[in-house]
Write a protein that binds this ligand. Structure first.
Ligand code: ADP
Ligand code: MG
Length: 443
């Protein structure tokens, strides 16, 4: 569909969303400018937490943005947009209602009488390919079928703007692929009022397969980083060179390019400046990535391949790559992951040597310098979990602070920079841990 000259259905202008108050206030998305034209299928891609769902809520009017405006057909949006609807990852169906009733209630809620509501429900159920399941209950359906009921229910309101928030990610591979095809058919079939689709995805191939345009977001704070037009006719051939080239281009954008260290490292928690969040990368998964990349040299544009080999989705792969970069084990160049000599050394090292390499790298990170300094300064060189958590909550929203401390704890314990007593909930310096029992007896 050529959408370049059609009018804008949605225009997002200078939008920011801040959550929380006072000290805890933080910016989820900032400086968002985006238009969605009639006839367009737009995909939103970006790391977990970059504000994709927030943006959908703002565009559909479920959230009023802290700054900026959303125009719908040229008029500022106030309150929930009745012409828009969101399909979520897992749709909450009423378990005590049949498929038909689950769809019909959406219509009845909008004032449609029972009979026409049921008649329309039956049409919609047919449209999403659930013909014959009208009288089934949700528990009798597979995940893919339940999601179809969710879509039918969303379509019941005759939306002009259909928003999909990671609609396929709770499904198994096969059902997801089938449903993608069906959603595309619904969209291109022209039987519906839908004027535009905005789909959040964490799957680059899915976005290139379905969308006319891919909007790439980044986090810290959430913002739009780039847009990529997908000018391939449907049905798209995943094996074509043009398809692969686009997938690789989006990968390259998402992985970014390695930045100079001073930007990369950020400042210590509690200091002025940007405290860089640690990527949520478990050590074993990171080691797995490095081992695999070391054993299988990826020459160029092959992060897509790496993702496939490791069987990871983007939400899991991105933090691993980010951690590998942050620790100086790898760098990313135009879509390829290149191990540094240190990364190679780590991949080939013994368990003990790995711990040492890891410790050396962690000591350079402001986050760990801060943690170690806090520990050294504490009376018995020990600190309770909550103390560190509270300190971190000045830099991160509460849930993120918790995740940060979890990952810092995992990394630090692996590197034996400090130890943690699970029962007491106390961090203490590793030297202290090793010296105390034995040393006490000798002297
Ligand atoms: P995504 O969908 O890209 O994963 P979200 O839009 O869900 O990202 O969230 C963006 C950021 O805003 C995250 O850090 C998240 O924790 C935070 N956030 C989302 N909703 C709220 C809320 N209601 N209150 C406070 N923080 C929120
Ligand atoms: Mg989300």
């Amino acid at each position: 569909m050529s959408a370049s000259r059609t009018p804008a259905l949605v225009e997002v202008r200078g939008v920011a969303q801040r959550y929380g108050r006072g000290d805890k206030r933080f910016t989820a998305v900032e400086n968002i400018n985006l238009s969605i034209r009639e006839g367009e299928f737009v995909a939103l891609l970006g790391p977990s937490g970059c504000g994709k769902s927030t943006l959908l809520r703002i565009i559909t009017g479920l959230n009023a943005p802290s700054e900026g405006t959303v125009l719908y057909r040229g008029a500022p949006l106030r309150g929930v947009n009745p012409k828009a609807t969101i399909v979520f990852q897992t749709f909450a169906l009423f378990p005590w209602l049949t498929v038909e009733e689950n769809v019909a209630v959406a219509l009845q809620a909008r004032g449609v009488a029972i009979e026409p509501a049921h008649a329309r429900a039956v049409e919609l159920i047919d449209l999403v390919g659930l013909d014959g399941f009208e009288q089934a209950y949700p528990r009798e359906l597979s995940g893919g079928m339940r999601q179809k009921v969710g879509i039918a229910r969303a379509l019941a309101v005759d939306p002009e703007l259909l928003c999909l928030d990671e609609p396929f990610s709770a499904l198994d591979v096969l059902s997801a692929e089938t449903l993608r095809g069906e959603v595309l058919e619904l969209w291109t079939g022209g039987q519906l009022q839908i004027r535009a689709v905005l789909m959040v995805s964490h799957n680059i191939e899915e976005a290139v397969f379905m969308a006319d345009r891919i909007v790439v977001m980044d986090k810290g704070p959430g913002r739009i980083m780039a847009e990529v037009a997908v000018n391939l006719p449907h049905p798209r051939d995943r094996k074509s060179d043009a398809f692969a080239a686009l997938v690789n281009r989006v990968y390259a954008l998402l992985m970014g390019q390695t930045q100079p260290e001073e930007i990369e490292f950020g400042t210590e928690p509690g200091q002025a400046g940007v405290t860089r969040a640690l990527p949520l990368a478990p050590v074993t998964a990171l080691a797995g990535l490095l081992e695999h990349a070391n054993a299988t040299p990826y020459e160029r544009d092959e992060i897509a391949q790496l993702r496939e080999d490791l069987g990871l989705d983007l939400d899991h792969l991105l933090p691993l790559i980010e951690a590998a970069e942050l620790l100086g084990f790898a760098r990313v160049e135009s879509g390829a992951l290149i191990l540094t000599p240190l990364g190679e050394a780590f991949a080939e090292a013994s368990i003990l040597a790995r711990k040492e390499i890891f410790a050396t790298r962690l000591r350079r990170l402001p986050f760990f310098r801060w943690m170690l300094r806090m520990l050294r300064a504490a009376g018995d060189q020990a600190l309770r979990w909550e103390v560190l958590l509270t300190a971190l909550e000045r830099d991160f929203p509460p849930e993120e602070a918790e995740r940060q401390l979890d990952i810092a704890s995992e990394w630090g314990r692996y590197a034996e920079l400090f130890a943690y007593d699970d029962t007491e909930g106390v961090f203490f310096l590793e030297s202290q841990a090793a010296a105390a029992p034995a040393g006490a007896e000798e002297r």
